[in-house]
Design a protein. Structure first.
Length: 275
């Protein structure tokens, strides 16, 4: 049995925003929240501070969401190993990330990126943008050539919980010669768009049937998937992206699209591992 939603807490405003988001998500799921503070393994004189931090955060969540089950634990195996291990005890791991401002976007940090690239559960990165649980649609990035069921199922489940719709985005890359410019090559977009749109509709069809109460629309764009997903995050409650878990000589990693969305999305971002 899992412990519901696991949240990494470190005393920052971003971590509390993540905890607050997780509490609201737990209410929708009918589950509880498990707060963890992951510190280095050597003796730490601030052990009492960590315990007090967890207790204070748990109290704030219980006040905000009466009846919510909140448990706490200090982990002593290091931030990344601790959070990765803790994630396996829950259905979802939630972390905070801080804003850098302007076009620089957000700072996920090495711990957040390492954890998001290694855990076997979905990870949600939350920003501090005023509202703890933003309203809006669920936007999901789709690979029309290799659609990932785990990513789409997560997106539709989240939309169903929120009684909102799904926007599925697929970015069509132009052939390399397209970089030569419109004066030198024909515009291939009108030719490829209908076929890609039909393919995207076929991908969404079984999910529309499984979740008939969730409106779902596909959007095909030409260019960068990361740019489109970031732009779509302005009116989204959640942006959902995938992360491949297939073995690699490089080990666990996050792709360029997911990396871009993590750093620049204004909405919370869910990274869902898939084969």
């Amino acid at each position: 049995m899992t412990q519901g939603i696991v949240v990494g807490v470190d005393g920052t405003d971003q971590a509390y925003a993540a905890a607050e988001w997780a509490a609201n998500e737990a209410v929708l799921r009918g589950t509880g929240v498990h707060l963890v503070h992951a510190r280095e393994p050597w003796p730490d004189p601030d052990e009492a501070w960590a315990e007090e931090l967890l207790a204070r955060t748990a109290g704030r969540l219980r006040d905000a969401c009466p009846g919510l089950s909140v448990t706490t634990r200090v982990l002593t195996s290091g931030p990344v190993p601790g959070l990765v291990a803790a994630a396996d005890t829950g259905d979802l791991l939630v972390l905070g990330s801080r804003a850098l401002g302007g076009v620089a976007g957000y700072l996920v940090g090495s711990v957040g990126l390492s954890v998001a690239g290694a855990v076997g559960r979905p990870v949600v990165l939350v920003r501090t943008l005023g509202t703890a649980f933003p309203r809006g649609r669920v936007t999901v990035g789709v690979d029309a050539e290799e659609p990932a069921d785990a990513v789409l199922e997560f997106a539709f489940e989240e939309a169903a919980r929120r009684s909102t719709d799904v926007k599925a985005v697929y970015a069509q890359q132009l052939p390399l010669y397209g970089a030569l410019g419109p004066a030198m090559v024909p515009d291939v977009r009108p030719a490829v768009a209908p076929a890609v749109e039909r393919s995207l509709d076929e991908i969404l069809r079984p999910w529309r049937e499984k979740y008939p109460a969730v409106p779902a629309a596909g959007r095909v764009v030409v260019g960068s998937a990361g740019v489109e997903l970031v732009q779509s995050s302005d009116d989204a409650a959640l942006v959902v992206v995938g992360r491949r878990t297939r073995g690699s000589t490089l080990g666990a990693h996050i792709g360029s699209v997911t990396h871009s969305v993590l750093h620049h999305s204004r909405a919370p971002v869910a990274v869902v591992p898939h084969d």
